[in-house]
Design a protein around this ligand. Structure first.
Ligand SMILES: NC(=O)c1ccc[n+]([C@@H]2O[C@H](COP(=O)([O-])OP(=O)(O)OC[C@H]3O[C@@H](n4cnc5c(N)ncnc54)[C@H](OP(=O)(O)O)[C@@H]3O)[C@@H](O)[C@H]2O)c1
Length: 273
């Protein structure tokens, strides 16, 4: 049986419902704007309640869709289960889950604060895995719905000075592709979206802006590409020609060369050894 198109999430007169993590700014906020414009009701999750409130106001200037917000630190243990419980308290059927929350860290791995490493493992790996496990069965029972997990082109190769970031994103790619294959005849679409350098607060939060050779994306580019690809049930999504070029390099260039090349661009100021 062929997988149902994602277009079929509209159930009669009931608007579809999307849950977006990391929706307070950047790429997550852009998913919220785009999905609100498509008539989705939304649950927006992040730690910064002020920014979430501002985004709700902004959305309500252009459309009257229902938008709920929840302040949740996804770095806390069992955050995936908390997210699921919260979503269920608003609407029992979730049409689209966007696991977008994340952050970067630049520098020598041996100097990284252990607590920040643990937070990254929790937000990128535990929350993505647990929430996919919790939200997927009901979608499969309904034979409709979708999950978008945000990885990065950083997940295509090991990246010195961003070692754990690239490794967690590699996990998200591998995990999402495998589950997408398992779910291919279920009517549920699983997408792993892999942006390259995108102009958001991400680099400021990471405390470092690497040099980049390819022109950056905007959050709008990323979200438009991802949501268009969702309609054709595409699993691995990169953005623009930059994404194609990065995928090509990751596939055909010797890994050692690529690691040398990327470490030169990532390392703006040489870390002390
Ligand atoms: N920008 C890029 O170049 C780029 C490239 C490839 C992939 N990505 C990925 O895209 C995703 C979005 O990043 P962005 O560029 O939009 O960065 P951003 O503007 O810094 O946004 C990050 C979002 O994640 C949320 N977040 C971070 N830690 C959280 C936590 N512990 N609990 C709850 N929410 C948390 C933040 O919300 P609060 O601070 O309010 O909690 C914020 O809404 C990330 O997964 C990132 O790895 C970004």
């Amino acid at each position: 049986m062929v997988a149902q198109s994602f277009r079929n999430v509209h159930m009669g007169n009931i608007p579809p419902f999307a849950v977006i993590t990391g929706a307070s700014r950047g790429i997550g906020a852009e998913y919220a704007r785009a999905l609100a414009a498509q008539g989705y009701e939304l649950l927006l999750v992040a730690r910064d309640q002020t920014r979430l409130g501002q985004l709700v106001e902004e959305i309500h200037h252009s459309c009257s869709t229902q938008v709920w917000t929840e302040t949740l630190d996804l770095a806390k243990p069992n955050a995936g289960s908390t997210l699921y419980r919260l979503a269920q308290s608003y609407r029992p059927h979730v049409s689209l889950l966007v696991n977008n929350a994340g952050f970067g860290m630049y520098g020598l791995f041996r100097d990284m604060p252990l607590e920040t490493i643990q937070d990254m493992l929790q937000v990128h790996i535990h929350v993505t895995t647990e929430s996919t496990r919790l939200f997927l069965p009901a979608m499969m029972n309904q034979r409709q719905g979708g999950i978008i997990n945000i990885a990065s082109v950083a997940g295509f190769i090991p990246i010195p000075y961003m070692a754990e970031y690239a490794a967690t994103k590699a996990f998200i790619i591998s995990f999402s592709e495998a589950v997408a294959m398992e779910a291919r005849e279920s009517g549920v679409t699983i997408q792993v979206c892999c942006p390259g350098f995108t102009e958001t607060d991400f680099h400021q939060t990471a405390g470092h802006r690497p040099r980049h050779i390819l022109p950056p994306h905007t959050p709008q580019n990323v979200v438009q590409t991802s949501l268009t690809a969702l309609k054709s049930n595409k699993t691995l999504v990169t953005i623009g020609w930059q994404g194609v070029a990065t995928q090509w390099m990751a596939r055909f260039m010797p890994k050692r060369w690529l690691m040398h090349l990327t470490s030169r661009f990532v390392r703006q100021n040489p870390p002390s050894h």
